[in-house]
Design a protein around this ligand. Structure first.
Ligand code: ADP
Length: 460
């Protein structure tokens, strides 16, 4: 690319020089012709007045103020025999015979006579006088050619080195300017070969390239975090699947024992089904989370009454809560409607309620489900007075398969909150938690005010 720019630059420079040279040479030629023509007119008038003697007088007068470029003057009769010739020492190299041998009427008005020795040239204008004699006035081109030669020399001595220097400088500068791009390419190659830690060294110039490098490194950082997260999640899934699978295998081995009675055999098979159900639930929930996170989850949004949602969730968990001596209080305006997938929202509330009961100690505690409309939309909260969440766990409880230390003796897969958050996000909402150890936990869902159309939720 740089090479092309430089070649174009050189061509443009040569073109500009060519135009300037042409302009200069035509201007000089025009000027010379004007000078010769004026002199010719002047001499023709003098000749008409007093013939050759008057002309000679005039010429000797001119000699006193000898010009740097004297005029060549010749008068010839109708047969082209020279009657008068002013031939200075400057024109020693010119063969005047050539003029005598070529009849003026056959010559163009303007002609050039070249010197035989030094390559100098004489520009001549030929004019027919009223008495049919010929007047020829000329001037050497030496001065003009010297000037043009000087111009060419200046071009060769100044402009060519300048262009070459510009070419080299341009190549060097573009080589330097493209350094971050080369580093970028190198890094992309490294990432391609599996080195996710590769980063582009920042040029630190504070320009657009610097910004691009910063953004690119930021993007790599994010990709690396995502990949590590995915690897971690995969490890967790593998780890969490191993336990029920090992158990399942153990139970199946027992069932294989030939001396087992039918009832014991049935019981063992029943346990096998339980274990496989747990594995299936785990895999299905993981699939649901991925679908919700990637936007592939099929939602069927419609107008849903929040109080109805609360009531059915509370009814579902009434017995479990009662067993633990916990009461569930529902507080929501009668006519509070949200646009949501009712089944998925019920699943969200069920998960939050299940956790609230699970992580509340027995007896005397209350769980409160509240909903209210605000200027940004609708807020739905599930608050318990249970064990609460340590500060360090707050960011991790949303991760797949994460379970708090205090929760390990409770049933659960560590997937409930991941699913809750993914479904809420699929509804364009958000969820947050406020909690302190021993002081209970309040999970709050924020749903946007705009009623979503069915298509907004469905991916093609
Ligand atoms: P699970 O309940 O199956 O462990 P979740 O994804 O539902 O998985 O919750 C993740 C973790 O968050 C739990 O293990 C627990 O430590 C913490 N947690 C969730 N809800 C509550 C709650 N209401 N009170 C205290 N801790 C909670």
């Amino acid at each position: 690319m740089t090479a092309w720019y430089s070649i174009i630059l050189i061509l443009v420079s040569f073109l500009l020089f060519g135009i300037a040279y042409l302009l200069l040479s035509t201007t000089l030629e025009k000027h010379d012709r004007e000078v010769i023509h004026l002199k010719l007119k002047e001499l023709a008038l003098l000749y008409e007045k007093g013939g050759i003697p008057t002309l000679e007088k005039e010429i000797s007068a001119i000699k006193k103020f000898q010009r740097k470029r004297p005029f060549f003057i010749r008068i010839a009769d109708a047969k082209n025999t020279t009657l008068f010739l002013r031939l200075g020492y400057q024109w020693a190299g010119f063969d005047i015979k050539k003029l005598e041998n070529s009849p003026p009427k056959e010559r163009p008005r303007w002609s050039i006579l070249r010197s035989t020795d030094d390559g100098n040239a004489l520009q001549i204008e030929t004019f027919l006088l009223p008495d049919h004699h010929w007047l020829q006035v000329g001037m050497t081109l030496g001065e003009r050619e010297k000037l043009l030669e000087r111009f060419r020399e200046i071009f060769a001595a100044v402009l060519i080195p300048l262009i070459l220097f510009g070419f080299a400088g341009g190549a060097f500068l573009s080589f330097r300017a493209l350094r971050p791009i080369r580093a970028l390419i190198h890094t992309v190659h490294s990432v391609e070969t599996g080195d996710m830690t590769a980063r582009v060294p920042g040029p630190g110039t504070g320009d657009e390239l610097d910004e691009l490098v910063r953004l690119f490194n930021g993007m790599l950082e994010q990709i690396e975090t995502l990949i590590l997260g995915m690897k971690g999640a995969l490890d967790n899934v593998a780890h969490d699947l191993r336990t029920p699978m090992t158990r399942l295998r153990g139970i199946a081995e027992i069932a294989m024992q030939s001396n087992l009675k039918e009832a014991a055999c049935k019981e063992t098979l029943g346990r096998c089904i339980e274990e496989s159900d747990q594995i299936l639930t785990m895999l299905n929930t993981l699939m649901d989370i991925s679908e919700a996170e990637t936007g592939a989850m099929r939602l069927n949004p419609r107008a849903v009454n929040v109080r109805d949602l609360f009531t059915s969730a509370a009814d579902l968990y009434a017995y479990v809560a009662e067993d633990k001596g916990i009461s569930i209080r529902v507080q929501a305006p009668k006519d509070l409607i949200i646009s949501a997938d009712a089944a998925r929202m019920a699943q969200v509330l069920a998960n939050l309620l299940d956790n609230a009961i699970k992580y509340s100690p027995d007896q005397g505690r209350e769980i409160e489900m509240t909903a209210e409309k605000n200027k940004n939309g609708v807020s739905i909260s599930v608050a318990d007075q249970g064990i609460g969440i340590p500060e360090a766990d707050k960011a991790r409880i949303w991760d797949r398969l994460y379970r708090g230390d205090q929760s390990r003796h409770q049933r659960g897969l560590g997937l409930g909150l991941s699913l809750v958050r993914a479904v809420v996000k699929a509804h364009k909402g958000s969820i947050s938690v406020e909690s302190a150890p021993g002081k209970g936990a309040t999970f709050t869902i924020h749903l946007p005010a705009t009623v979503q159309s069915e298509n907004t939720f469905k991916r093609q």
